[in-house]
Design a protein around this ligand. Structure first.
Ligand SMILES: [Zn+2]
Length: 106
């Protein structure tokens, strides 16, 4: 029983393939090649300016087009100033007390 275990362990050790430096270099080169074509890389450092590098084959697209920033909603009364408040009863956006009072007058 014990000898079987030892033999098994020895077989395992001999079957383990030892990679040479050249094989490691080849494998590393393959991995670098794949990364160069597929990865977006962000480097942040205190010693050098931060950088973003993109895959060099450029066969990719951004997931969605940029959305413009929404324009500010304007006062419902004067239609000039951006809204600041909402009239409590009429539920109307207004910019100032003057416009608020105009809603009250209507
Ligand atoms: Zn107004």
């Amino acid at each position: 029983m014990q000898t079987a275990t030892i033999k098994k362990l020895l077989n395992k050790q001999t079957s383990k393939r030892v990679k040479t430096d050249e094989e490691r270099k080849e494998r590393r080169a393959e991995i670098d090649e794949v990364r160069r074509h597929t990865m977006v890389r962000f480097v942040s450092s205190t010693r050098a300016p931060s950088s973003v590098s993109f895959p060099d084959n450029a066969a990719w697209k951004l997931p969605a087009p940029a959305v413009p920033y929404p324009s500010p909603r304007l006062c419902h009364v004067c239609k000039l100033e951006p809204r600041r408040y909402v009239h409590r009863l009429a539920n109307v956006p207004v910019c100032s007390l003057a416009c608020y009072n105009q809603v009250n007058a209507v």
